[in-house]
Design a protein around this ligand. Structure first.
Ligand code: 5RP
Length: 290
């Protein structure tokens, strides 16, 4: 029975105080649904508007590559320094404790490995992403690959349809194939196609003229790191990408294959969130290195 005695009437209605409209802090995301914004705000820090995502989904195409032999030993010690973990459902369920309470960007397409032709993929069931409380789903888009382009666009479209239905953002991951030019024209086209098809985040690669790629993509872009580089060069890559407008990184090998991954992820975060120069980031790396 509801309490009816001592029912206090409201007195403080803030009359004369305008209700401010609340704009969302990420590019192109103002008109998204509340659930999608809530999930995005778990991935991108409010203070910087940026993210350091740790990518360790490589095993689904290349098996136990260097630095990913033992997720419990190689990756879990890095998790506290990452804003978001990007991996497959198999690895997350088997090796990442749910008590970490870290946002997950779930690798949500699968199909072929480096042993055959890549990108002939299907999309995992969005209900499993929801069941895992994923903060985003990542789906590959292989533009310019005659055999798989249409299929990967269809995969992305399907993921966006399902993501909209359940409030889960989708990250479009631009593929780089053997025959694809790695330049601003290609990455600009691929990133824009991701956004046009409804991706809420785009993951692509840094290149010459990257500021044009970012300018023409109406949603936040994060960069992959690519093959392992010397630490200073990898920090330089992060710095240039952020300077050109990227909203963060989704980096793997340049972190987990570093001579000191824990020091490296903190240095990357210094560049991404705190505006450190590559040299300052490198000094931080050396100070933290065991
Ligand atoms: C490939 C991916 C990888 O996660 C991506 O390449 C990030 O890793 P790295 O920084 O090692 O390139 O999404 O589809």
């Amino acid at each position: 029975m509801a309490d009816l005695d001592d029912l206090r009437d409201g007195v403080n209605f803030g009359l004369g105080q305008k209700v401010e409209n609340q704009s969302f802090y990420l590019k192109g995301c103002d008109h998204l649904d509340w659930g999608i914004k809530d999930r995005l705000s778990r991935i991108f820090r409010k203070e910087s508007g940026r993210t350091v995502m740790l990518a360790f989904d490589h095993g689904f195409i290349m098996g136990p590559t260097s630095g990913l032999e033992r997720i419990d030993l190689n990756i879990l010690p890095l998790a506290e320094h990452a804003d978001c973990l990007m991996a497959t459902r198999g690895i997350i369920r088997a090796s990442v404790p749910p008590t970490y309470n870290k946002p997950i960007c779930l690798r949500s397409d699968a199909g072929t490995t480096i042993l055959t032709d890549l990108n002939d993929n299907v999309v995992v069931d969005v209900q499993d992403a929801v069941r895992m409380n994923a903060s985003a789903m990542a789906v590959m888009l292989a533009i310019g690959d005659e055999k798989t382009e249409a299929k990967t666009v269809a995969n992305l479209t399907h993921a966006v349809d399902m993501g909209q239905k359940f409030g889960v953002p989708v990250m479009g991951v631009t593929a780089v194939g053997k025959d694809m030019a790695r330049d601003a024209r290609y990455f600009g086209l691929a990133s824009r196609v991701c956004a046009e098809n409804g991706a809420n985040i785009v993951k692509t690669y840094y290149c010459e003229g990257f500021s044009n790629v970012v300018a023409a993509c109406p949603v936040p872009i994060v960069i992959a790191g690519g093959k392992k580089l010397p630490e200073l060069d990898a920090l330089d890559l992060c710095y240039k990408a952020i300077n050109d407008g990227a909203s963060g990184v989704d980096m793997g090998r340049n972190v987990f294959q570093s001579e000191d991954p824990i020091a490296m992820i903190q240095a990357v975060a210094g560049v991404v969130h705190e505006g450190l120069t590559p040299q300052q980031g490198f000094e931080m790396f050396q100070d933290l290195k065991k």
